[in-house]
Design a protein around this ligand. Structure first.
Ligand code: V47
Length: 373
């Protein structure tokens, strides 16, 4: 690609592309212009250039599994197919012994990360979550614990009457080494009000991550897209994340999460999910806008393995993990993989098929040496 392609673009579109090529930082206005005018293939090309400056020919993955202690949740987010009230026959609430059994079954799996998230359970407190983390860490000292969305964290910390800093220090001492990116949804207050009015505000989410970064706890960020939000609201979301990252540098990865519409109240209002072209535009724009976030995840349990592969041609440099059939959030909302699980071999093949070099990483993006575990 290059001059030939640029020549056929309208003058204004070409100028936008040239500004990106010259390394100019996107503003909300230029980003909107880019999305409205630049063809998909050019957007992909720009995003791949940005990805390759960051991680060359490498695409990362990790060996991980999830623990979802409970889907009982106080809140009623309209996009969620997973939350249940305590009385529901579909609710689960694992005991610590059951969680330990899940971990023991994976002690020799070579997993380097345990990802723990669940509902905002009204019956559990900070002491319970500290116990949970300690017992997982004791059984699996070689794995990093990436646990709890900002929403769960704020709930357990506020319930304990502590400041965010005090609560995070306690959880870190128990073994929480990183924070996943969930709960961000869309920061725009009007959309948030319609989607998840009970959840905290954008500032609440950002404040929790800011505090974690200050304490040396890295985290991820997500954006739930493809429901009622506009492009301008997506860009506003990216802009707020970029500003926090300028301040702290604590985000490792950004994960755009495509909204899936089965079995949730919002899905009844929408006639379709967004298509693959829009998925790829969101991926590419995320890579270009978040010029200070090193990694962009194509989260395969959410949009399927082949779409995740394609996302590697639109700026993604991370495929997340092997999962081992331990998350239900996406299959309950209609994702194709009912029992999401991959071997490392399958993961490496998927990455090699796109022309990139697979590298197994840990939670902090250090390469894991082969034969290490
Ligand atoms: O915040 C809920 C999303 C998130 C639906 O940090 C839905 O490495 C689509 O944050 N359709 C939780 N999405 C998952 C999450 C995550 C996933 C993978 C990796 C990481 C990471 C974090 O799942 C929620 C919400 O945005 N979600 N329901 C749905 N129907």
């Amino acid at each position: 690609m290059g001059d030939g392609v640029l020549k056929v673009l309208e003058k204004e579109t070409r100028q936008r592309v040239e500004a990106v090529l010259a390394g100019e930082r996107l503003t909300p206005e230029t980003a909107l212009g880019l999305i409205e005018t630049v063809p998909l293939n050019v957007l992909g090309w720009l995003a791949v250039r940005a990805k390759e400056r960051q991680s060359g020919q490498t695409v990362y993955y990790n060996r991980n599994f999830h623990i979802e202690p409970s889907n009982i949740c106080l809140y009623h987010c309209r996009f969620c197919s997973y939350r249940k009230g305590a009385e529901s026959p579909e609710a689960w609430d694992l005991s610590l012994e059951e969680i330990e059994t899940q971990v023991r079954a994976r002690q020799s799996s070579g997993a380097t990360e345990v990802h723990i998230v669940g509902g905002v359970h009204p019956g559990h407190d900070l002491a319970y979550y500290e116990r949970l983390i300690r017992s997982v860490k004791e059984l699996m000292p070689q794995a990093a614990i990436k646990a709890f969305t900002a929403i769960e964290l704020r709930y357990m910390i506020e319930k304990a009457g502590l400041s965010l800093q005090e609560g995070l220090i306690r959880l870190k001492a128990a073994g929480m080494e990183a924070i996943p990116g969930g709960g961000a949804e869309i920061f725009d207050p009007a959309v948030r009000q319609q989607l998840c009015p009970e959840k905290g505000t954008a500032e609440d989410w950002l404040e929790l991550h800011r505090e974690a970064h200050r304490l040396g706890i890295p985290s991820n960020a997500t954006m739930l897209y493809g429901h009622i939000e506009t492009w301008a609201q997506r860009i506003d979301h990216l802009d707020r994340l970029r500003r926090l990252q300028d301040e702290t540098g604590g985000f490792n990865a950004f994960i755009p999460l495509k909204y899936r519409r089965r079995n949730n109240p919002l899905g009844e209002r929408l006639s379709a999910e967004v298509g693959i072209v829009e998925d790829m535009r969101v991926m590419a724009l995320s890579r270009l806008y978040l010029d200070n976030v090193p990694h962009l995840k194509a989260y395969w349990p959410m949009f399927g393995k082949t779409t995740a592969q394609l996302a590697l041609a639109f700026g993604a440099d991370d495929m997340d993990g092997t999962i081992d059939d331990t998350t239900r959030i996406y299959s309950m909302a209609g994702a194709e993989d009912r029992t999401p699980s991959m071997t490392t071999q399958e993961m490496e093949t998927l990455i090699r098929e796109t022309g990139y070099q697979p590298v197994e990483r840990d939670t902090f993006y250090n390469p894991v040496k082969k034969g290490y575990l």
